[in-house]
Design a binder for this molecule. Structure first.
Ligand code: CMC
Length: 394
């Protein structure tokens, strides 16, 4: 079999070539299809960015209109999903339920899963996922709170209607603040792709076996749920709340992290690629101030977060290891101020990352040099030995 290179965590191994997203970790640059994240976050919409990532170009006005209209038409979830979600404990983690729901979509659209290389089928699966996942997330949120579900309203914008389905109630007027809609839209854009991160690599790996897009994206949701990845947004809020409710000062907490006491890390800090700053974190920080000023809530936790950031950024431990706030450091504070329960934060990340997963799946499956992903290993177990019958084992 010859020699194989060992690279735990793939720190120096590229698994593919890609034209979707460019990151320069030293310079703090992030671009989708060449467009700087700062410009897209300010001027674009989530569905336009989804089109850009998946198709490679910004759409013209008519194309965008068709794309949005097509997604709107598919937003209803099959009624059976209500019963499916009811089968889980109401306290069950939304990421686990979401993963099950997305994998289950393949049973309703089986005809789209037979020809994974057919561009029409790929587009239909992409539209299903983009259209139905916000409905699914709102159902999961409502069910865990024991509240009635709302159907999508095709007269409303994508993000606006997601907020209405999540927080609104039947026969009750629900006024949605456009500042909040824009803030959520911006956050979704900031999460939309991040090249070969853990969940995206998972989507590509599962898809490389020619598994359908639903199965591959469901696997990505599983990867994203981990606290070192998307689950960090939830972990940050728990950490801030813990500091607030304990006798520890922020400085004490930072000391605990530095001493690696009980394996405590500063959640929302550090990144495999960004070693200078995370350009998304800078934009999220701005949004946090806007939203928290507007809603006037969560300011005690924001104060702790800012103090934590200040102390960490001037401390030798963090400087030497090039640890800076990442995208997850401030997002939880914003989601919380918007009214999302802590357990719903990572599903919001999943919704944001969806266009990236789809774009990378499509790029992978259509790549003529794509092969099934099959890493090698360096075996370090026992050498050959003979089976010993049970009565001779001591
Ligand atoms: N707090 C304290 N120490 C840290 C942290 C942290 N958040 N992150 C890294 N370190 C230390 C680590 O202990 C190691 O120290 P030493 O050299 O003394 O052993 C050094 O910094 C290098 O860290 P590493 O674990 O080799 O870095 P990595 O590239 O393998 O891990 C990471 C990257 C993001 C998993 C890690 O920084 C981390 O666990 N951060 C906290 C979780 C988090 O915020 N995740 C969200 C990432 S961004 C969005 C996303 O992908 O979802």
């Amino acid at each position: 079999t010859g020699l194989v290179a060992l690279d735990p965590g793939f720190t120096t191994t590229a698994s593919c070539t890609s034209e979707v997203t460019f990151i320069d970790g030293d310079a703090g640059i992030l671009r989708y299809r060449g467009y700087p994240i700062e410009q897209l976050a300010r001027h674009s919409t989530f569905l336009e960015v989804a089109y850009l990532l998946i198709k490679g170009e910004l759409p013209d006005a008519a194309t965008l209109e068709n794309w949005v209209a097509r997604i709107k038409r598919h937003r209803l979830l099959h009624e059976n999903f209500k019963a499916f979600f009811t089968a889980f404990p109401h306290r069950g983690h939304p990421m686990a339920i979401l993963q099950g729901g997305i994998a289950g979509m393949a049973t309703y659209y089986e005809e789209t899963t037979q020809r994974v290389r057919d561009p029409e089928q790929q587009e239909l699966q992409a539209v299903h996922l983009l259209a139905k996942i916000p409905t699914m997330i709102s159902y999961i949120a409502k069910r865990s709170a024991g509240l009635p579900l709302l159907y999508p309203d095709s007269d409303m914008g994508y993000v606006e209607d997601f907020i209405r389905m999540t927080f609104g109630l039947p026969y009750q007027r629900y006024d949605i603040d456009p500042v909040i809609v824009r803030a959520l839209e911006t956050l979704l854009i900031l999460h939309a792709d991040h090249e070969q991160n853990c969940s995206t690599s998972t989507v590509r790996l599962v898809g490389s076996a020619e598994a359908n897009m639903y199965a591959s994206v469901a696997a990505g949701v599983g990867a994203l749920s981990g606290p070192l990845h998307g689950g960090a947004n939830e972990a940050v809020l728990r950490m801030l709340t813990q500091i607030r409710d304990s006798d520890l000062t922020v400085k004490d907490f930072v000391e605990k992290v530095k001493n690696k006491e009980d394996g405590v890390k500063l959640m929302g800090f550090g990144h495999r690629v960004y070693k200078n700053y995370d350009p998304r974190a800078a934009l999220v920080r701005e949004t946090a101030h806007e939203v928290l000023d507007r809603l006037g809530s969560g300011s005690d936790l924001l104060t702790i977060a800012m103090e934590l950031e200040d102390i960490a950024l001037s401390d030798e431990y963090f400087i030497a290891r090039k640890l800076y706030p990442n995208v997850d450091f401030y997002t939880g504070l914003i989601y919380s101020a918007m009214g999302f329960p802590t357990k719903m934060f990572t599903p919001l990340f999943a919704l944001g990352r969806l266009p990236g997963w789809i774009a990378q799946y499509v790029e992978m499956i259509n790549d003529p040099v794509n092969k099934i992903g099959r890493p090698r290993q360096v075996y370090q177990g026992a050498t050959r030995r003979d089976y010993v019958s049970l009565r001779h084992r001591s």
